[in-house]
Design a protein. Structure first.
Length: 145
């Protein structure tokens, strides 16, 4: 496994505000639309398919088309698992300035469902349901295939 820095929601916000990192929400499109970190852009690692959630086969290609390998990116999801998987894929593809926002949007939970670390939405950081140009469908329009 790659050595990918994992940061708290507050640390992620500081990287965005002070160092120009971009928050990439790798949750599904409906999850993103229901609420996401303010300014986050959506490139889902999983999408709804005929048999439920399936890997987004275009994830890596889309990320490479949208951002150079030295882009400063914070990756986040619901609880921190999908974003870490996405970060590992991107590091393997040559990305060098990635951080994983552990605890995700809704917080890390133990086997009993109790929150073990609060996520972005639980610590009072800004949340929105619409970011101009941030939805996956809108981002895909920027990619020439």
């Amino acid at each position: 496994m790659a050595n990918i820095p994992r940061v708290s929601p507050e640390e992620a916000r500081k990287l965005i505000d002070e160092q120009g990192y971009i928050y990439v929400d790798v949750r599904s499109e409906p999850e993103y639309a229901a609420g996401h970190p303010a300014g986050a852009l959506n490139v889902p690692i999983m999408r709804a398919g005929a048999r439920g959630m399936e890997p987004n086969l275009a994830f890596l290609d889309d990320m490479q088309a949208l951002w150079p390998k030295d882009a400063k990116l914070v990756l986040g999801c619901r609880s921190g698992q999908r974003s870490m998987r996405a970060a590992e894929m991107l590091v393997a593809a040559g990305y060098t300035n990635l951080v994983d926002q552990r605890a995700g949007f809704e917080g890390s939970r133990n086997a009993f469902g109790a929150v073990t670390e609060p996520g972005w939405s639980q610590v009072g950081l800004p949340v929105e349901t619409s970011t101009p140009g941030g939805a996956y469908e809108e981002l895909q329009k920027k990619i020439s295939r």
